[in-house]
Each structure stands twice: as structure tokens, then as C-alpha cells.
Design a protein around this ligand. Sequence first.
Ligand code: FES
Length: 102
Amino acid sequence: IEIHFVAPGGATQVVAAEPGLSVMEAARRADVAGILAECGGACSCATCHVHVAPDWLARVGGPGTLEQDMLDFAENVGGASRLACQIPVTEALDGLVLHLPG
Ligand code: FES
């Protein structure tokens, strides 16, 4: 499963991710810059904030209640914002494009 992380400048890093991981864990393993994940995936830091590409929004879905509360503390939050630690890697997300908020 490939996940594409697009940096604010447009540079894209493609990460191979296994199902069962979260998108954040896959990003950390590949050392994606901009996914700090300070809380380790507990949905309490918002340093794994990403913007889901428009084409993928329906498949990824919106944030849960706790996640939305946490997103309120993040910067550059928009309608496509998610916390990467709350997105499970699944076969359906092969090719997923995520933008890093910078
Ligand atoms: Fe902290 Fe996602 S890693 S909220």
C-alpha cells in the first residue's frame, strides 16, 4: 500500500505501508518530515496533522469527535484535516495522497 506525502513545497515522498499500522506509524517508520507524532498516536498532540487530498476525502472519511477536539488546537486546519494516527492503513487506501500542512 503506497501513501504519498506531499510537502508544502510540492516534494512528494512515497511510503510503503502495511495494513494494521496507522498512517502516522507508516510515516514515522519512513521518517516523513512534518509528521512528528509527539504523543505516539494517542490523539493528543495534533503533530501528525495532514490534509487529505480532495479525491480521497470520501474514502478516508472525517475525523471522530475526540480527533476533532484535538484538531482545534492545530494550525492551518481545514475541511480536509485529519490526524494521521487516527487513519488506519487499509487496502482501500492504496495510492492515498496526503498534504503536509507545513
Ligand atoms: Fe499525536 Fe496523532 S500522533 S495526535
